[in-house]
Design a protein around this ligand. Structure first.
Ligand code: PHE
Length: 451
């Protein structure tokens, strides 16, 4: 049963696969993480580098994961064992642990978004946004919303690839696109929106020269595209060889970038038109969970409606990403131990839910977890994927990526594999060096703050 390709689940349609992969990619990363990284990294300089990283690193690495997953028709551990031997299978374990760790704090943040959405209906946004956020992000309330969010995610994953993940993505993703675009159009009508656009869209040369902005842009591209954790690999394991993967990866990457970019067109004008940039500060949560709710509150009834849609969009993005994270671990348990889907999903969700109680009650720990699992582990994972695709299995990759691809993309396949071999690993080594330094500094700061 464990290796039975006969009973392996599969996506029902190409659109279903693309929307599920885009659903995994588009999430809190596009709105929460993108906006705080962009405001830390100097706005437009970060945005520009982020586009470059998505194109030059993101798409090739996504294709490497797609190729590995579809070729093996297995989840990360089994796939790497089958294609590259037992030593590589260990990398699969790193992915599984990484996904579990990310989900544990991701679900906490998702819980906040659900709470803000509900509160905007029942009582509107509170006057003191900072104090309110302190309440939302601590204590039993934060734990309760985290657990509730995990329960919803679990229900979808339990239903399976086609009737759970694919069905939910086909409905929710288009809804999310409409909401975000609608919000951006509304934001453009705000008086003083230009100040926000100019921070967001005019890069400064000084910031472009800063290596930490480069590092942050690369790491954000990996996080946002769900790379380096075996998520895209797992989804591709449910694909048939008739699918055009290079075309699909390009669509997913552009969709992901598009949603992040348009979200910025909401966040920056709103914050700057109301002069709330002080509340953004350099905190991981300032822009989205303090400055924006503050802005919505000051706009009265309109703010309440707009804020409701904004937080619904965030929660929708979060749930389609969380199902991907839970699916990776669940499907791995199914493949490795031959346990049924429902039991595997429930067991996994229970462990992750318990783990999330810590970041739910400690914001500094949440920030640290994002540095370690959301950045460092991802960068390591991406490096290993590119080495595997470019150096260990280049011939298999060329064959797999060409299968089902249009003539145009078939001609690009050798180039893509060459990029994975020669270009991606050295660039990521540099990123890794800076990430390691950043993470060590963050750990030291955390230990200092706690002690
Ligand atoms: N890409 C998701 C987001 O942007 C997060 C994620 C990372 C999901 C890694 C799966 C794997 O929110």
């Amino acid at each position: 049963m464990a290796s039975g390709t006969v009973s392996r689940e599969a996506f029902g349609s190409r659109a279903g696969f693309i929307l599920a992969a885009a659903g995994s990619a588009v999430g809190l990363g596009n709105m929460w993480r993108f906006s705080y990284q962009a405001s830390e990294g100097g706005g437009a300089a970060f945005v520009l580098l982020y586009v470059v990283m998505t194109l030059l690193l993101g798409i090739p690495i996504m294709l490497a994961e797609f190729g590995l997953g579809r070729r093996a028709q297995l989840t990360p551990i089994g796939a790497l064992r089958k294609l590259a031997g037992h030593r590589w299978a260990r990398v699969g374990y790193v992915f599984i642990i990484g996904c579990g760790l990310i989900l544990s704090y991701y679900s906490v943040i998702a819980g906040w978004t659900v709470r803000y959405a509900i509160e905007s209906i029942v009582r509107g946004f509170p006057g003191d946004a900072g104090a309110h956020f302190a309440k939302v992000s601590s204590g039993s309330g934060a734990v309760a919303f985290h657990l509730g969010f995990m329960a919803v995610t679990l229900a979808i994953v339990m239903a399976g690839v086609k009737s759970g993940i694919e069905r939910v993505s086909l409905v929710l993703m288009p809804a999310l696109f409409f909401i975000v675009i609608g919000l951006a159009v509304w934001a453009a009508t705000l008086p003083g929106a230009e100040a926000g656009y100019s921070v967001y869209l005019k890069p400064s040369l000084a910031q472009l020269k800063d290596p930490s902005v480069w590092r942050a842009a690369a790491a954000q591209a990996f996080f946002s595209l769900s790379l380096g954790m075996g998520a895209m690999l797992t989804f591709a394991s449910y694909l048939s060889r008739r699918q055009d993967m290079p075309a699909s990866a390009t669509i997913v990457a552009f969709t992901d970038f598009g949603v992040a970019f348009v979200s910025g067109l909401v966040v920056f004008p709103v914050i700057y038109s109301l002069g709330l940039q002080g509340a953004v500060s350099d905190s991981t949560v300032g822009a989205l969970f303090i400055a924006l709710p503050g802005a919505f509150e000051s706009m009265g009834a309109v703010g309440r409606v707009v804020g409701l849609f904004f937080f619904i969009a965030l929660a929708v993005g979060a749930v389609t990403s969380a199902i991907a994270l839970l699916e990776v671990v669940t499907a791995s348990v199914i493949d490795e131990f031959g346990i049924g889907r429902r039991k595997a999903a429930a067991g996994t969700a229970l462990v992750v839910a318990a783990l999330g109680i810590m970041p739910a009650t400690d914001l500094d720990l949440l920030g640290l977890a994002d540095k370690i699992a959301g950045e460092l582990l991802l960068v390591i994972g991406v490096l290993l994927i590119s080495l595997l695709a470019g150096w260990v299995l280049p011939a298999e990759m060329r064959d797999e990526l060409a299968a089902g691809a249009s003539p145009f993309w078939q001609r690009q396949v050798p180039r893509i594999v060459a990029v994975l071999r020669w270009f991606v690993p050295p660039v990521i080594l540099v990123v890794l060096y800076f990430s390691l330094r950043g993470t060590i500094a963050a750990i030291a700061a955390f230990a200092g703050g706690a002690g």
